[in-house]
Design a protein around this ligand. Sequence first.
Ligand SMILES: *Cc1c(COP(=O)(O)O)cnc(C)c1O
Length: 401
Amino acid sequence: MTQNGKVPFVDLVSMHKALAPELLEVCKRVIDTAGFIGGPEVEGLEREFADFCQSKYCVGVNSGTDALRFALIAAGIRPGDIVVTVPNTFIATTEAISQAGARIDFVDIDEQTYNMDAAELRRYFETKCKLDPTSSRYIHKASGMPVTAVVPVHLYGQMADMDAIVEIAEQYKVAIIEDACQAHGAQYFSKKKNAWLTAGSIGSAAAFSFYPGKNLGACGEGGAITTNDPELAKKCAVLRDHGSAKKYFHDVEGYNGRLDSIQAGMLRVKLKHLARWNEQRRASARIYDEMLAPMSGTIQSPMEAGYSRSVYHLYVVRTADRDELQKHLSEAGVGTGIHYPIPLHLQNAYSSMGFKKGDFPKSEAAAVQILSLPMFAGLTPEQQRRVVEGVAQHASISSTR
Ligand SMILES: *Cc1c(COP(=O)(O)O)cnc(C)c1O
């Protein structure tokens, strides 16, 4: 398990070794029937994952990016619309918006949770938009384009402040598409509903990724849309299969975004363990919290909001000399990551959009200070002790410098 005292950032090998017999059994079952695309494995996964997310419908697709794109298109987002999200996320969030034909816009994050700041979203509508009386939609004043959706990202496994975001979305008549690609099983306490709600059950639709490193990962590519809206689910199912509900009858132009049966079957095997794996991640996070507490002056542990049960896709600390800490940990054999080093509005890909440094200061400040420590189901307290030892060593070296 421990490679010469090294602690990997993620360990996917041990987990899959343990599950190998069951996973190979899936391959055999699918090969025996040669039903490689769609079919009972995909339908089974869709039922089981919808249940897991406390959502009525699930549509299995080829990736989280496809899931986001299909959800946006199915929710009625059209070329010429504006869709609002945050700069501190993976570029797939904004790729899906652009590829649905819409224009990306951003609001800044909350500096404690790193998720969309609902107050910033409200300010966006209040100051940058106005009601268009003929369409009764809210128009972005500078561009004249209608704002039709918001994509809150449940980053690092913690849900965004959904009560507040839902209230704003209802007031300004925009759809919510949750980017739940890092939040399989995360929960949010809704004061409005007086209940714990699961990621993927709140917006018009939600997108999940089954990329191997996610809390629920395929042994390849995969993704899913969840929704409570039967029409939206149907549209996504049509979009993923070349725009056809019936083979060779195409009502619209669609995509090839199907999920294959071997991946679906393997995901079903792993889904049975997901709740327990998420609990392990939460327990590991509590251990890190305690071990890091004495260094709270220089290293800030992640904040779990009172409304939130995070599934800790990532355990992200914050510190002023992040780059040196990362280097020190690397030399000590501890793998880390940065999620993400460049906020999206400053990426080369978006240089023509007119954003500049200083537009989203909280995202920019976080990007140079955040560091993701090793986190995966199966991380041992002994490995964590070694990680924190590395952090403490670095803190003591830099304080005597
Ligand atoms: C992983 C991820 C995606 C994209 O998922 P893929 O399956 O890689 O296409 C989208 N958004 C976020 C926040 C992600 O972490």
